[in-house]
Design a protein around this ligand. Structure first.
Ligand code: B3K
Ligand code: ZN
Length: 871
């Protein structure tokens, strides 16, 4: 496969002013007729080069130029598209081709999900629909006519409906017109037997927007939460960014077969059912929160992505980093800000840091790719959002808003670059972000090594900060980053020390050099530093805190995030000790200080239960692995299992007490307070069950039998699956399935819980699950639940010493690659990080990867990931 380089970017040779599409939908042969009004791009230079149109898996019938049919010798049909010699700077091109939605298992282009037609065009799926200059800097006004038989009564596309009627043969048609020019990746079409819920949103200027959510009839009762979230998002974007919605209608469609979460097509968002449908009986709290944030995310793209789009796919983080930042702030404003931050940072630290340290590491604006689908990564999304957040921190909320106003005003209707975003921020604030731009071009997670000195005689305290960044593929030497470093100093009573004349107890230091010293004067005693408050930059901070100091920060830091972070550092230390003891064959003992600290936290009723819950959850196996220089999977499992057992035995009474206190009946509501209380309650339940005592398991059984919402029911099921008697586990699994087998979302959860279970998710059980009627290899959600659950969330079984987990994943990658390359190329990731493993696991993992590599012809997607990780 070829590599595409950012440095090779050229403006398009031709522009398309109008795109008229005409579809006749049939499962096996869908006819597509396209009429394009094309003109030479004045910015592309002189002459009239041949017109190139991308096209993949298309059956071509005819090409007409200005009404004259071309013969097949007048153009060239190449594997990747059509090349047509051109003699005039402006012309109308008509193309007739067909496609086969039924056979399309890649879920890119036009495909069928259950009985419903739908599309996914980002990044390069439109070329699987018709021949077209499929690149985001070609923006065109689209009109779309859909013809279908009566069993697909709902026919949708972007923009406004401008016509409908019946054909003589009994079929019907609907025509849509989108007044906003857009790149082809934002095109969408849906056809099916769907119902919808409807609402109205009145914009700040008083315009009425019709809101519709479409789904199969059986799910119509599961749309309320998404509708509420949509209205909240529309209001929030007006209030925080001054952005009003621009069409008279906004539609959302739920689809069962979808490669990712959702897609921001103009006026017609298409969602993975799991990211839009919810009811208290069937969806957990985290599903409710996920839906709110994804509905917000896709809605926010209407400005950050659609009105202002990307020039090329290297600029993906321009829309994704910015939009993730926007959705994170939306969720923080509507729920608990601290908990949202803790969750996001945990994801970044465990998974993005691992990506940044692995074979596919890339800057948030990559320099090259073989397959762009492989770059929809945590780096582009989550680290990209952190980079935008740092700009926000450096400029302050008002400065950032000035910058975003200028960005939207300057570039409305255009396809632009990350550079344009940064320049708008600079110009609106008269600041210089030259050095800051390195965040866009350098990969890897920077490390800050912090030491300090206190001179008692002068009262001067110095913080010495050294920054470095590990080598990543193709980037050896890195230049220093510009890092906003939020910090405070605590005195011995735990109060914040004034750090400037204005009396602020928190400063944002700007780190720009590889080594920098910051001085604080007039201190009476040696202070305790609280570093990188709120995780003000996506970096690792090393500072040698003692256990005592960490405990002090846990109870006194004014920054909630850092209180939690201190608990994490504390737990990491304890877990490292256990790991070493295990490796040396010594007997294990959990640090008594940790037990005391956790008891205090568990009993502290002043603390937000959400924070207590986050602290009680020890760092996951994956985050311990990410912190390790060389991963010893067995030792990690042993250490963490032991720590959890010790905590649960030591705190049994306290756990029971808190469980009982939080176990109150109330009508379900997914608000921050109730979610936090349910979460803490269910964490207590799980710890109690770790002891496998009969009382604890009775509690779980009782909760399982009587739960009034899916959060409690799923937590109880998980406890029964993972602890205690196999027979009860078996019974619960069956009972749950019987109750919910008609519900796709609950069934997915049921599959995932088994696949993720250290106890139940053995390889044999996973293989059996894949034979279960609830499983479907062609459905990405089921693959993510079972295969993804096993490889990404079942640390113990996946890392079995015999390498069987890796071999299994290799087999699945090989099978999936023939059906759905995008999904296959995600499934392979866990076996690409073999270099980080110690002992025999590294070799076994590499062997599995080699087997994939040698298994015959691979998709570009899998080829890129596999070849890069074998280098
Ligand atoms: N923009 C889409 C992602 C498309 C992924 C294509 N492989 C969803 C989102 O980020 O909002
Ligand atoms: Zn997005």
């Amino acid at each position: 496969p070829n590599t595409t380089y950012l440095k090779d970017y050229r403006v398009p040779d031709y522009l398309v002013d109008n795109t008229d599409l005409h579809f006749e939908l049939e499962a096996k042969v869908t006819q597509v007729r396209t009429r394009l009004k094309i003109r030479r791009n004045p910015k592309a230079g002189d002459g009239l080069p041949p017109l190139f149109l991308d096209g993949v898996d298309l059956q071509l019938f005819s090409v007409t130029l200005d009404g004259i049919a071309l013969s097949s010798t007048d153009y060239q049909e190449l594997p990747q598209g059509l090349s047509i010699p051109v003699e005039k700077p402006e012309f109308v091109l008509e193309i007739h081709n067909s496609i086969n939605p039924e056979e399309n298992t890649s879920l890119e282009g036009l495909y069928l999900s259950n009985k419903m037609y739908c599309t996914q065009c980002e990044a390069e799926g439109f070329r699987k629909i018709t021949f077209y200059p499929d690149r985001p800097d070609v923006m065109s006004k689209f009109t779309t006519t859909i013809v279908a038989s009566k069993d697909h009564p709902v026919l949708l596309s972007n923009g406004n409906e401008i016509g409908r009627g019946h054909c003589e043969d009994g079929r019907q048609f609907v025509t849509w017109e989108d007044p906003f020019p857009k790149p082809a990746y934002l095109f969408a079409l849906v056809a099916g037997n769907l119902e919808h819920v409807e609402d109205v949103f009145t914009t700040a200027r008083g315009r009425k927007v019709k809101l519709q959510i479409f789904t199969e009839a059986k799910n119509i009762g599961k749309c309320d939460h998404a509708m509420r979230s949509l209205k909240n998002a529309m209001r929030w974007d007006e209030e925080v960014y001054g952005r009003e919605y621009d069409l008279d209608i906004f539609m959302v469609v739920a689809v069962d077969h979808f490669n990712m979460g959702a897609m921001e097509n103009k006026g017609l968002n298409i969602f993975n059912s799991a990211c839009v449908l919810a009811s208290p009986e069937t969806a957990t709290d985290s599903a409710f929160q996920r839906i709110e944030s994804i509905v917000g995310h896709e809605y926010f793209h209407n400005w950050s992505g659609n009105r202002v789009t990307c020039r090329d796919w290297f600029q993906l983080s321009l829309k994704e980093g910015f939009t993730v930042f926007r959705d994170a702030e939306f969720s923080a404003d509507l729920n608990s800000r601290a908990v949202k931050r803790i969750e996001d940072v945990t994801l970044l630290r465990t998974n993005q840091f691992a990506e940044d340290a692995g074979p596919m590491a890339h800057p948030i604006r990559p320099d090259s790719y073989m397959e762009i689908s492989n770059f929809y990564t945590l780096t582009v999304y989550e680290k990209g959002a952190e980079v935008v957040r740092m700009i926000h921190t450096l400029l302050g909320a008002d400065g950032f808003r000035k910058g975003s106003d200028l960005y939207f005003e300057r570039h409305d209707g255009c396809a632009v670059t990350c550079e344009d975003f940064v320049r708008a921020m600079e110009d609106a604030n008269q600041v210089d972000l030259t050095q800051f731009r390195r965040w866009y071009s350098q990969a890897g997670t920077p490390v800050l090594d912090v030491t300090d000195q206190f001179d008692e005689s002068t009262g001067v305290y110095r913080l010495i900060v050294r920054q470095s960044c590990p080598v990543t593929p193709e980037q050896k030497d890195k230049l220093p980053f510009h890092i906003p470093f939020a910090m405070g100093l605590l005195d011995s009573t735990g109060s914040g020390i004034a750090l400037d004349k204005a009396g602020s107890t928190q400063l944002v230091l700007e780190i720009t050099e590889s080594e920098q010293v910051f001085e604080f004067n007039g201190l009476r005693e040696r202070p305790l530093p609280s570093l990188l408050r709120g995780f003000s930059a996506p970096v690792k901070v090393r500072y040698d805190y003692s256990l005592e100091q960490l405990l002090f920060l846990m109870s006194h830091d004014s920054d909630t995030f850092n209180r939690w972070d201190a608990s994490q550092r504390f737990a990491f230390k304890a877990m490292n000790q256990l790991q070493s003891a295990y490796q040396e064959g010594l007997s294990l003992e959990l640090s008594p200080e940790l037990i005391v600290a956790y008891r205090n936290i568990l009993l502290n009723k002043e603390l937000d239960p959400a924070l207590v819950a986050e602290i009680m959850l020890l760092p996951s196996e994956h985050s311990i692995a990410e912190e390790s220089v060389s991963i010893d999977a067995e030792a990690i499992v042993a250490a963490r299992t032991f720590a959890r057992k010790s905590l649960s035995c030591a705190l049994i009474d306290e756990l029971k007490e808190r469980y009982a206190e939080l176990d109150i009946e109330r009508p379900y509501s997914p608000n921050a307070k109730d979610i936090a209380e349910r979460r803490l309650k269910n964490i207590c339940l799980e710890y109690l069950c770790v002891t496998e005592s009969a009382d604890a398991l009775d509690l779980a059984q009782c909760q399982f039998d009587s739960a009034g919402n899916m959060t409690d029911s799923a937590a109880a099921l998980s406890a029964l699956i993972n602890y205690g008697n196999d027979q009860y586990a078996e019974q619960a699994i069956h009972q749950f399935y019987d109750r919910w087998k008609e519900d796709t979302q609950v069934t997915e959860l049921w599959l995932a819980q088994q696949a993720c279970s250290a106890k139940r998710g053995t390889l044999n059980n996973i293989k059996a699950l894949m034979q279960h009627p609830a499983f479907e290899l062609k459905n990405p959600n089921k693959v993510r639940a079972v295969i993804g659950g096993f490889a990404n969330r079942n640390f113990q079984q996946f890392h079995k010493n015999d390498g069987s987990g890796f071999e299994f994943v290799a087999d699945q990658v090989i099978a999936l690659d023939k059906l759905n390359p995008q999904v296959a190329s995600r499934v392979v990731i866990p076996i690409t990080r073999w270099k980080k493993y110690s002992g025999e696991l590294a070799g076994k993992m590499k062997a599995a990867l080699l087997r994939v590599s040698n298994s015959g012809e691979l998709s570009k997607d899998v080829y890129e990931v596999v070849s890069k990780s074998l280098v």
